[in-house]
Write a protein that binds this ligand. Sequence first.
Ligand code: NAP
Length: 275
Amino acid sequence: MTIKAFVIGHPIAHSRSPLIHSTWIAEHGIEGSYEAIDVAPAELPGFFERLRAGEFAGGNVTIPHKEAVFALCDSVDPLARTIGAVNTLVAHDGKVHGTNTDYLGFLGNLDAGAPDWSAGKKPAVVLGAGGAARAILVALKSRGIPVILLNRTRATADRLARDIGGDISTGALTDFNTAVPTAGLVVNTTSIGMHGSRFDGFDLDLLPPDALVTDIVYAPLVTPLLADARTRGLRIVDGLGMLLHQAVPGFEAWFGVRPQVTKDLRARIEATLEH
Ligand code: NAP
């Protein structure tokens, strides 16, 4: 029997997930499929009935449904609850379980790209306090890394820091130059960097020379922040790996095989991105 999985969103045409999962399906010779399905918000309950009826093994959830599916799931794991978003659904015995794999994607990407990144437990400067930042703060907390959280809207950063708890101080984006001299890591989780947009007034020369800079924006693959960091000789990790690594646990749950994030897979997805 063909095992079916999906990504739902609205719109959904630009998702790279079908290419990622179909590459793994072919690689492992699995009788399965992974399709992008446009589901409007009003259609979500009906779609969950199809899931409960056993039509799919599960799938991914993307914008704008990551919060709305919470109420529809029969169970949600505690980390997804802390993050406040579900991006992966697993259907089993007429029930749907929701989880969030973005934090694993973030960790998997840094572990692969800069294996010693968390060894010194130096502070991470996290830029942005939106949905992706929530998952990244949970990830950094799981490694015992203190965080300096900077956001355009300071009040949003304060609220997020309270929600996640632990060693998180907050500030505005304009505090960057005073925050970075002791940092081991800088993470951009804002949408700045998309289509080549850049931060104003950041002095990357103030970072320690062994600091790592990562950006979760992956279009373009080398954002202006990463390009500036590389010019200064700092280590960089781009955001495409997070997208690839977050897909691993879902594929394993639906198709029963743990796939690898290989250079070939990366190259296939990279070929679809703007440069
Ligand atoms: P979100 O919830 O809408 O949060 C957006 C964040 O960006 C907020 O902190 C917002 O600050 C800030 N921001 C937006 N425009 C800004 C500007 N002009 N100047 C300064 N700050 C600005 O979005 P999200 O879901 O967290 O996603 C953020 C980015 O991460 C997107 O580009 C998304 O594609 C990418 N992403 C990548 C992956 C991956 O796998 N690599 C995964 C998830 C997301 P305010 O609070 O002040 O509005």
